[in-house]
Design a protein around this ligand. Structure first.
Ligand SMILES: [Zn+2]
Length: 481
């Protein structure tokens, strides 16, 4: 006998905030400096130093809360989370516990075209820890405190997710929102957007939760989805075999594609949380919230809806184009430069985003160095729409336009690339191709449609790829009819 099992997944995201300075001192919060150069007695955990809250961190937390429909608490409070680890010099992390700044809220996701609302439990502010660096050669460990005190938002979802794909969609939607807000660059490889997953399984239809396992150490969306899928399988098999699962923390091993036990899971009691005595309770008044609200940009979901409505794009294209603000801006720049929206969408989602991925231009929060400017692409799309060049010629031109700023129309004129659309010229070529390939013509007449591609290809070859393919097809049909 086997009961179908249902996975229950909740995610905890740690997002490093893009403030210039750290959360409780004036040190730079920039990534990538030489070890232990962005430090001071406070973020090194020296005794007797007093933290001063960075107002910008609170503003960023409010932005995140408003964007996700949270209630912003009028009064919230920092708390000490006590534990020992070499990257935590003072022996506690300043976090928030029973009174977080944002409560409730949600993130809307699309999975296979189906919308779903994922609840948020809370969003709170905390300081990041330093970073242990283990040297395998001489078996020593070093600590870099540059990251100590870099501001984080911890964003905790309700256990509303039911599949690895939903978890992936949630993370993409959340990252996209934080990027639109310009409060986090969302770089998973550099660790500025980190995710831990809580996974359990239970008999489908059950309302109680199974034993929860926390998975850590995943540094890409793919890794998160794979780790969750592995864990669902492992737990389901263990239960089927009559084993008892234990509440624990497991690490994802990307090379072996498996999770393995790290430690039994600590509970909140183990941290001996208490209100942070060095900081006053945080009071956020309505005026401050209104100020932040007034400065909010249009968010991805709203922009997606607008793209579907105003430009007649499919839900899929609108989704791909609005995941990144810079990509959405680029698309709209092209439309403003005169491209038909659907044509522009087509070129951006296929050719341009492929180049952007290949050249790894999308690692930064904002792509400033587009290899092809939006007006250039708009002109190229317009040339195809007007029938001046065909799609293949246009594709072939892209590598030659990259980083030249050249006008596509000028390039087409200079090289005589305009497509052969003149009926008379094409009719002669078509007649020639029909005469040379009687066997294929017979097949086409017999209903074998695939042969059409071959015959069109022959005419294209004769024109060095410049014929208007629709017209060639039309003429071929007339010729064999
Ligand atoms: Zn400092």
């Amino acid at each position: 006998m086997s009961t179908a099992m249902e996975p229950v997944i909740g995610l905890e995201v740690h997002a490093e905030l893009l403030t210039k300075s750290k959360i409780f001192c004036g040190c730079s919060a920039a990534f990538g400096a030489a070890p232990n150069t962005n430090v001071c007695p406070l973020c090194l955990g020296m005794p007797g130093m007093l933290p001063v809250l960075n107002r910008r961190v609170v503003e960023f937390a409010i932005r995140a809360g408003l964007a996700t429909g949270c209630r912003i608490a009028a009064t919230s409070r920092f708390a000490r989370k006590n534990y020992f680890y070499p990257d935590l010099a003072k022996g506690y992390q300043i976090s928030m516990y029973e009174l977080p700044i944002c409560v409730g809220g949600h993130v809307d996701i699309l999975v296979d075209g189906a919308p779903k609302r994922v609840g948020l439990t809370r969003i709170h502010m905390e300081e990041d820890t330093g970073k242990n660096i283990h040297d395998a050669h001489d078996a020593s460990s070093l600590v870099d405190f540059n990251r100590s005190g870099v501001p984080l938002l911890e964003i905790v979802s309700e256990p509303d997710l039911r599949s690895p794909a939903e978890a992936g969609a949630y993370l993409r939607a959340l990252r996209s929102t934080l990027q639109y807000l310009e409060i986090c660059d969302g770089n998973m490889e550099e660790g500025s957007f980190r995710c831990d997953a809580n996974v359990s399984v239970r008999p489908a239809g059950s309302r109680t939760f199974g034993t929860k396992v926390e998975i850590k150490n995943m540094n890409s969306f793919r890794a998160v989805e794979k780790a969750i899928a592995f864990e669902i399988r492992r737990q389901t098999e263990a239960i089927a075999a009559g084993e008892r699962l234990r509440q624990e923390t497991r690490l994802w091993d990307a090379d072996r594609e498996e999770t393995r036990s790290m430690r039994s899971k600590e509970s909140a009691n183990d941290y001996r949380y208490f209100p942070e005595p060095d900081l006053l309770p945080l009071v956020v008044d309505a005026t401050w919230i209104d100020e932040v609200r007034a400065s909010m940009p249009e968010l991805p979901q709203a922009r997606r809806g607008r793209f579907e409505r105003d430009y007649g794009l499919s839900a899929y294209d609108a989704d791909v184009l609005t995941q990144r603000k810079d990509v959405a801006d680029y698309f709209e720049d092209g439309v403003r430069a005169g491209a038909a929206p659907k044509e522009m969408a087509n070129w951006v989602t296929t050719e341009v985003l492929r180049i952007v991925r290949e050249e790894k231009l999308d690692h930064a929060l904002v792509i400033r160095d587009w290899p092809l400017t939006a007006p250039q692409l708009a002109k190229l799309a317009a040339l195809v729409q007007a029938g001046t060049i065909n799609r293949n010629t246009a594709k072939g031109l892209i590598p030659r336009l990259l980083r030249t700023g050249q006008d596509p129309a000028a390039l087409v004129a200079a090289e005589g690339l305009a497509q052969v659309s003149e009926r008379g010229a094409l009719e002669a070529l078509v007649a020639d191709v029909v005469a040379k390939h009687p066997a294929q013509v017979a097949q086409l007449k017999g209903g074998k449609e695939q042969v059409m591609g071959f015959l069109v290809g022959q005419v294209m070859k004769a024109t060095k790829g410049k014929a208007n393919p629709q017209l060639v097809q039309e003429l071929l049909r007339a010729a064999v009819a």
